[in-house]
Structure formats: C-alpha cells, structure tokens
Write a protein that binds this ligand. Sequence first.
Ligand SMILES: [Ca+2]
Length: 272
Amino acid sequence: MSELIFANRFFKAAPVLLGTVFVFCCLNLQGCLSPGNSNPVPVYTYNITNIYPHDRNAFTQGLVFEDGFLYEGTGLYGQSSLRRVELETGDVLQIYELPEQFFGEGIAICGNKIVQLTWQSHIGFVYDKNSFELLQEFNYSTEGWGITYDGERLMMSDGTSTLHFLDPQTFEKIGEIQVFDSYGPVTGLNELECVRGQIYANVWQTDRIAIIAPETGRVIAWVDLGGLLTEEDRRQPVDVLNGIAYDTGTERLFVTGKLWPKLFEIKVVPPE
Ligand SMILES: [Ca+2]
C-alpha cells in the first residue's frame, strides 16, 4: 500500500517538478541567448570599390577567384554549369554544362581540381581545373549548398546551421560545427568563402553574410549588404545575394547574387 501511495504522489508531483525544471531551463536559455545578456555580434557595413558586369542568366551558387579569373557554379535544372569568367568584362571564357537532371551548387578549388556540389542528388563532381574534364564523383548524405577550401579541409553547407568538414582527397566527412550567434543557431547557410582564416557565409534569403570562427562556429560579425543593387538593377528579375569570392593575392572581396547584373568588389567596414 505504501508503495502505491508513493507512486501516486510521485506521478502527481512529476508534472510540477518537470514544470519547475522546464521554467528553470528556459530562464537560463533566455539568459544565454538574449542579445541583451551576451556580447552583441557587431554588424559591419561596406564600401563598394569596383563594379563589374555579371551574367544576368547566371543563377550563382558558387564563386571562387583564382589565378586572375572568377570561377562560377550556376544552378537550376537544365541550366547548371561550371564557368571560368573574366572579371573585368563578365565574359564566360569556358563553360561545362551539367546534365539536366543535376541542380548545380557551390564550388571550391583544391590545387588543380574544382569540386562542385549538387543540391539534392547527393553527388559531388570533381573536375580538372584547366580543362573542366570530369575526373571523379563522390557522394554525401545531406543536401549540397555551399563549399569552400581552407587549404586543409573542404567545408560544406547544407542549408541548415551545420558546416561539414570533408577530407579533400577522399571526400569523407571528418568533422562538423554548428553555427550560432547570440540568438541561437544560424540556419540557411549557403555560399561559403574562406577569408583570412575565417568563414564567410551567405545566409539564404537575406542580404547578410555571417563571418564565422571555424574553431567554434560562433558568428563573430555580420556584414549587412543591403542596398547593393539599385532600383534600375531590379527592374528585371533578380534573386537573392549569393556568391562570395576572395583574391588572396590582392585581398579583394567579391560578392554577387543569383541573376544579378553586377558583381561587386567591396570592403567590409566595422562599426566605429
Ligand atoms: Ca565562394
């Protein structure tokens, strides 16, 4: 009988206990995540240094600068491609068109190879950087969005807040980080670029780039790129900001967007 009474009391008390624990956790979580109670993430603005033409038909999903040229991966079924592009003119110097069943996504350059992801096919392609000859395919379990190379690892986004680290030889997964700011996880991570040891990430459907510490996943700054396109630029259909490339030699940073008529060289400006 006493065991029954104990059990009865326990189950009656359990919701109260669980409720107390839940409220306690929420208060603590709020304390951790509230921007007022943690170091606010600085928001950088930008200055435009140069404006270059960009193919209005390029649904930009990947952008890299190497050896004096832009390399661009484009998306959409039946329109996906890998391109070598002349910066100053926007002219497409070389193109490889993906089979129409593939929706091209991010690209990264590792040595003399170019890696290109596809959106939902779970297949990545590896090309010779000069000839664009298809050398190899590899598989991954998630969606493929953005990819970049830090000199040791490939870093890949999948539209969530996770960045996957891949071995550049075997394409096996070797680690991951969760990206967060003072409000919690940052989802929609898209095109990526390694810039001076940090990861720059477009956030899908926003005008913002997250600057991420690769060791922790913490967003150390936001770059607000609102206002890059003029009203005139937007008279024809344009899609979202997507595409970050960095020229390590001259420290130039380039950004563009899907179907944008322009590609911008910018400098990010920290708050005063
Ligand atoms: Ca990039």
